[in-house]
Design a protein around this ligand. Structure first.
Ligand code: HAM
Length: 419
């Protein structure tokens, strides 16, 4: 028989990691709800063209990393490499803006797929939590998305982060920046990798994001996006910084920052956290994009959004013993006779209503094997319910951490477990 193993770059998530991943998603959703966002779910696969048009035909994602295949109807389909394009497609297709006040605010989570070289924190199937604000009219919405990230990280107890920001300005500033970069890099053309020689012609900003040529740029005096901003865009960028400072958000202006997707205009940002060895992880990124809705045949709406890498956040949390997972109390109920079973179910229901984890032993086992099971599985309490206890309308509650045991009336079970 063949042995099956998971595909390269994919993950099985279980035990502690599963608890952490679920907790991260729960916190992301809870905090986003507080900011007035609503949940949206879009398909895991879409027409390939949606991504080639939105992510940028020269981006690494489109040229190298998409899981694309022909379906049985000969249509080109792609597993979503990112969430923004699908959300905007859904907003336009379902006219979600009709009769609603702007901006629309959505959040989503799920699996995304990129054919990347797997390494720690980089997978071929990964999970993201993302938000999109659609129809924004103010840089305050850009700032608010960063404040949302800050609140999520605070709840995750990941306080040692830095937000790198940069701004491309408007269409005209971006055009200037592209021309300036192209003119600058043309003299180094022979030193660039083959992909970048091509990128230089079709989309010069992509060169700055090249993983191969990354080191080549380190000591070069490359023109900055800031030098191409007009007065209004400079003013906006400075205002963003003032607001972030005022809110005590740890950030730096990174003149070299570019994003791997082509739809951004205006403010862009990335969130970086170091692991305990000091290796930096980009746990999230996003920014402002003003053309995508129009490009996908919708109204002329500017947007802002971000994606957080759930697996990367999970990696960082696994190595910290901070424990965002405040584990609920776990209780093992041991009915010792047939008559005790119904009472055991009633007690289980009562304790589960209090958010405890409750397991009722349904198999006939000896008392000693039940206690062995309880201690092996690290339950906090065992509740013993035999004929004597039933007669007295009480239960024996054993605290398995302290080994204290109390005979408790039914009314006092919840309080005893609460402690
Ligand atoms: P992104 O920067 O491509 O942006 O991805 C966001 C985050 O997803 C990254 O910062 C990283 O933490 C995580 N991530 C990306 N690729 C991988 C991978 N191969 N393995 C593990 N984690 C990964 C976007 O996807 C944009 N859609 C964000 C956005 C929303 N911009 C505006 N709205």
């Amino acid at each position: 028989m063949a042995n099956y193993i998971r595909c390269r770059g994919t993950l099985d998530i279980y035990d502690k990691q599963a608890l952490i991943v679920n907790k991260i998603i729960e916190i992301c959703k809870r905090v986003s709800n507080r900011f007035g966002y609503n949940y949206i779910q879009t398909p895991v696969f879409e027409q390939t063209e949606l991504f080639t048009r939105s992510s940028g035909e020269t981006s690494d994602i489109v040229t190298k990393e998409m899981y694309t295949f022909l379906d049985k109807g000969n249509r080109s389909i792609t597993l979503r490499p990112e969430g923004t394009a699908g959300v905007i497609r859904a907003v336009v297709e379902n006219k979600l803006y009709a009769n609603r006040d702007l901006p629309l605010k959505y959040y989503y989570d799920g699996s995304f797929f990129r054919y990347e070289r797997p390494q720690a924190g980089r997978y071929r199937e990964f999970m993201q939590f993302g938000v999109e604000v659609i129809g924004t009219s103010s840089i305050l919405d850009d700032v608010e998305t960063i404040l949302l990230i800050a609140d999520i990280l605070k709840e995750l107890d990941l306080n040692d982060y830095i937000i790198k920001i940069n701004s491309f300005g408007n269409e005209e500033c971006m055009r200037k920046f592209r021309d300036k970069i192209k003119n600058y890099l043309i003299s180094f053309k022979d030193e660039l990798c083959d992909d970048c020689k091509n990128r230089l012609q079709v989309n010069p900003l992509r060169v700055l994001d090249c993983k191969v040529d990354h080191d080549f740029f380190l000591n070069k005096d490359i023109p900055t996006a800031y030098s191409c901003l007009d007065d209004k865009c400079k003013e906006d960028f400075i205002k963003v910084q003032e607001l972030l400072k005022n809110e005590n958000i740890p950030f730096v202006v990174d003149n070299r920052l570019v994003r791997g997707l082509d739809y951004y205009t205006g403010l862009i940002f990335e969130v970086e956290i170091k692991d305990k060895e000091g290796r930096p992880y980009t746990v999230g990124g996003g920014g402002h994009y003003s053309n995508l809705v129009k490009q996908l045949s919708g109204p002329d709406y500017a947007c802002v959004g971000f994606g957080l890498g759930i697996n990367r956040l999970s990696l960082l949390l696994e190595e910290k013993e901070n424990q965002i997972i405040t584990k609920n109390k776990s209780i093992y109920i041991m009915p010792l006779c047939d008559d005790a079973y119904l009472k055991a179910l009633a007690i289980a229901k009562m304790l589960r209503n209090e958010d405890n984890v409750v397991v009722v032993e349904n198999a006939k086992k000896s008392v000693s094997s039940m206690f062995r099971y309880a201690s092996k599985n690290e339950f906090d309490f065992a509740i013993v319910l035999g004929e004597d206890e039933l007669k007295q309308e009480k239960v024996n509650i054993k605290n398995l951490k302290t080994t204290n045991q109390d005979l408790v009336s039914y009314d006092n079970i919840v309080n005893t477990i609460r402690g």
